[in-house]
Design a binder for this molecule. Structure first.
Ligand code: C6P
Length: 404
């Protein structure tokens, strides 16, 4: 049975006060809080086995290497990837996307098309713009409707044999829309295009099965799944990872170096140049184990309750507009209150202990679509409660009163 109070007790930060008020942390879309097991695992790594990996014959180095590779296996199992070497440690979602976009410069030619969607985070726009600038390819955008859903008929119309890669998020960070990625992938494959899924906002809420989705690449960040910052994952199908050139050169990623020519290491090391975030990589495995113990079915069910309750309570507020009203949504509510700048609401409710994100959420094209400077975004995690939603709604009402 899912017991939210028991879960909350595992997160030391949640019992803090901020500005003299109990913390209500609704900025989980930006980064998730960390359970004690994760905090302890970081400390244990540095206290007991800190050493560089894949290099030393000494015992600590072997212990650290083993722990790092165990974590890779944990993530392979979690994503249902076919092989452990399809799991590449990165510094986060942003690096994962840049790695793939950079590699596609060897594949994409002038006149080809690279497709993203209207719902993307800047991390899944700018690296593809770099690619287009480098190669002369054209960036094509799948449009969305007023509910913040992708218009699939337009997507299918835009696909052609010129499309070389489609890069879309699984869940929108700014609106919470859950995209039909399996469908998107199948359609792209019909025209021979590869697909990268940005799973930064999906992985905290669901367990992706990369073989079932049949995506070519799937990326996410450790810090959003209760793990450490500075670590993330790029899953890539073996055939694609073999085809793409390395992203960074350096130690670890080579087979043999001479001044005339360098040959590259096998996967996954070809993409893991330099000393990685070892503690981060190991502890990401701990975080994934922790979430699986809670259970993604429990997480999904409970977060849906929070989303429904939060939406209902916020709609009590006069002058509110909620952005992102699609059928299939994660526990994210983006909104504005008529006549008030989102930043002002965010600042006042912070004084009342409530942490939300305000602004464009690194998704300016979405803000441009709605013709707004930004929104107030409350993003719930499985450790949040309905009582916290009540505190948050009352805080927003108070701010509205003060500002109007
Ligand atoms: N979104 C948010 O508050 P990094 O920074 O590499 O861990 O993740 C980038 C990223 C990529 N794609 C999506 C869909 C994202 O939501 C994010 C990060 C945070 O919404 C911080 S901007």
């Amino acid at each position: 049975m899912f017991d939210v109070q028991k879960v909350r007790a595992q997160f030391p930060i949640l019992s803090q006060t901020v500005n003299g008020k109990p913390l209500v942390y609704f900025d989980n879309g930006a980064t998730a809080q960390k359970p004690q097991v994760v905090i302890d695992a970081i400390s244990k790594y540095y206290s007991e086995i800190n050493a560089n990996i894949h290099r030393g014959v000494h015992t600590l180095s072997q212990l650290a290497t083993d722990a790092y590779e165990v974590s890779r296996n944990t993530i392979q199992t979690h994503l249902n990837a076919k092989y452990p070497h399809e799991i590449i440690f990165t510094s986060g979602t942003t690096q994962g996307i840049n790695l793939v976009a950079n590699g596609f410069a060897a594949i994409v030619k002038s006149g080809d098309e690279v497709m993203v969607s209207a719902l993307e985070h800047h991390s899944n726009i700018v690296p593809w713009q770099f690619l287009c600038e480098k190669t002369g390819a054209k960036l094509v955008v799948i449009p969305m409707n007023d509910k913040g859903e992708l218009i699939l008929s337009e997507y299918e119309r835009l696909l052609s044999d010129k499309t070389k890669i489609v890069a879309v998020n699984h869940i929108s960070n700014a609106l919470g829309t859950v995209n039909p990625v399996k469908y998107i992938i199948a359609k792209a494959h019909k025209v021979g295009a590869a697909v990268l899924i940005d799973g930064a906002q999906a992985t905290p809420h669901l367990r992706p099965d990369v073989q079932d989705l049949d995506c070519d690449f799937y990326v996410f960040s450790g810090h959003k799944v209760c793990g450490p910052t500075g670590v993330g994952i790029l899953y890539g199908k073996e055939s694609w990872l073999n085809q793409l050139p390395p992203y960074m050169g350096g130690g670890e990623m080579i087979k043999e170096v001479t001044f005339e020519k360098t040959t590259y290491a096998d996967l996954p090391h070809k993409f893991e140049a330099g000393t990685p975030n070892i503690a981060g990589g190991i502890v990401l495995g701990t975080a994934i184990d922790y979430l699986n113990e809670i259970g993604f079915d429990n997480i999904a069910k409970y977060e849906q309750e929070l989303l429904d309750y939060g939406t209902k309570r916020l709609l009590e507020i006069e002058g509110i507009t909620i952005y992102g009203t699609g059928e299939n949504k994660a526990s994210v509510i983006s909104f504005n209150i008529e006549g008030i700048h989102p930043y002002d609401i965010g600042t006042i409710i912070d004084k009342l202990g409530v942490a939300v994100r305000t602004g464009h959420h690194c998704a300016q094209p979405i803000m441009n679509y709605f013709n707004i400077p930004g929104t107030i975004r409350a993003s719930f995690a499985f450790y949040n409660t309905k009582e916290e939603i009540d505190i948050f709604v009352e805080a927003v009402k108070k701010a509205q009163l003060m500002l109007s």
